[in-house]
Design a protein around this ligand. Structure first.
Ligand SMILES: [Fe+2]
Ligand SMILES: [Fe+2]
Length: 393
């Protein structure tokens, strides 16, 4: 095994806010107006002062840019003037990278496979057993059963549902909403712990935090998307509250003890997520969830995954499955690294779904190779840029 030093930080993704003095003055003025308004009455005056900042309902079209900049906004982004008298010499980065938007081609969406990485050591076995226990417990609570339909059966959909061979759309939503509310926890916990460690030890993080935050954000968007289809009962919400309280703390403590085991655990959990969404897609395509067959995609999903305006729910579920496949790949890969010394191989770029959908993750030497390739790509890009600017001058 070559030295971890070779996996030195692959690159930096820097953001310079480029706040202009005019912007600061406007902000100060808005704050002043806000404080005057709030001293007059106790109700929020934010909406009156600035209607553009008002939070939208879950299924409403968002304001342009509210979910991050769109590719189609490139021309607008380029025309944005940043403050010339900036206090930093860091180049101004424009474009959509702060908030992650996964965009998939049709072939990528179809290239995801159900995979299982066989445990190889005690840590893997522990993670695998934990996921198995959780899955079984959750199956019992959500009354999920995967009963094979008898060969040659001519049962109607009603009979199949009554016999417990297929779930109706409410049962699918119960399962999906619970899974997504839990799935958004590990990325945020891991990012929090790494963030605090970086602050406490005053050491760089080597690019892990951003990827982990992206994962948490991505899972939360899954939850927001499916929430447009259901208004959960108080009892269901209480169940999620309790589960979050237990799971957040358990995962926090576990991550303090062994980050690689935790990433392996998430890798196995994501294997289950890919399996669940693959079955859901099969059910819709085989006409067993007719309520979802031609259901339009929620607006929030169209914004987030940059889907076409006529996209339907099936398109959304394909995109969600690809996201889960990314989480599976990233976490199994991170579990193979030394969390204290190795850089995140996905800090700059990630393989596309033809890799992430068909492979459970990178071994450590593959991560090392991938980082080297990323370095080479960056170097050749900067050389190209240099020769273009030389020829211009
Ligand atoms: Fe998810
Ligand atoms: Fe996931």
């Amino acid at each position: 095994m070559s030295s971890p030093a070779i996996l030195s930080l692959a690159g930096r993704r820097l953001l310079h806010a480029g706040t202009s003095s005019t912007g600061c003055a406007a902000l100060a003025s808005a704050r002043l107006r806000s404080s005057i308004a709030s001293s007059r009455c106790l109700s929020s005056s934010a909406a009156r002062l600035n209607p553009g900042l008002k939070s939208k309902g879950i299924n409403e079209s968002s304001e342009k840019g509210a979910e991050g900049l769109h590719r189609a906004d490139t021309a607008t982004v380029k025309s944005v003037k940043h403050d010339e008298k900036s206090h930093s010499d860091v180049p101004v980065m424009t474009g959509d990278w702060v908030l992650f938007h996964p965009v998939y081609s049709t072939s990528e969406l179809k290239s995801v496979e159900v995979l299982h990485r066989k445990p190889r050591n005690i840590s893997d076995r522990l993670a695998n057993i934990m996921v198995y226990v959780l899955r079984k417990g959750f199956d019992i609570v959500s009354r999920y059963k995967h009963k094979e339909i008898p060969a040659g059966s001519n049962m109607s959909l009603m009979e199949l549902r009554k016999g417990g061979y297929v779930m109706d759309e409410h049962e699918w939503l119960n399962r999906i909403l619970f899974l997504e509310s839990v799935a958004g926890v590990p990325g945020m916990v891991a990012a929090t712990i790494r963030h605090l460690r970086s602050l406490r030890l005053m050491r760089r993080d080597s690019g892990w935090i951003h990827t982990l935050l992206e994962e948490a954000e991505n899972e939360r968007m899954h939850l927001m998307t499916f929430m447009t289809l259901k208004n959960p009962s108080i009892f269901y919400r209480a169940l999620i509250l309790g589960a979050q309280g237990v799971f957040y703390n358990m995962f926090f403590l576990s991550y303090l003890i062994s980050p690689p085991t935790c990433h392996r655990f998430v890798g196995y959990l994501e294997e289950e997520a890919v399996l669940t969404y693959t079955r859901c897609i099969e059910e819709i395509e085989n006409g067993r969830i007719p309520e979802w067959e031609n259901k339009p995609a929620p607006e929030i999903a169209k914004d987030y995954w940059r889907l076409k305006s006529d996209a339907n729910l099936l398109d959304v579920i394909y995109a969600v499955r690809s996201d889960e496949s990314t989480h599976r790949f990233v976490n199994h890969s991170l579990a193979n690294l030394n969390d204290k010394t190795d850089v995140n191989p996905f800090a700059i770029r990630e393989p596309d779904m033809h890799v992430k959908g068909l492979k459970y993750g990178f071994e450590r030497d593959e991560s090392e190779k991938y980082v080297k390739e990323s370095h080479q790509l960056l170097e050749s890009a900067s050389e190209e840029q240099g020769s273009v600017s030389q020829s211009k001058s």
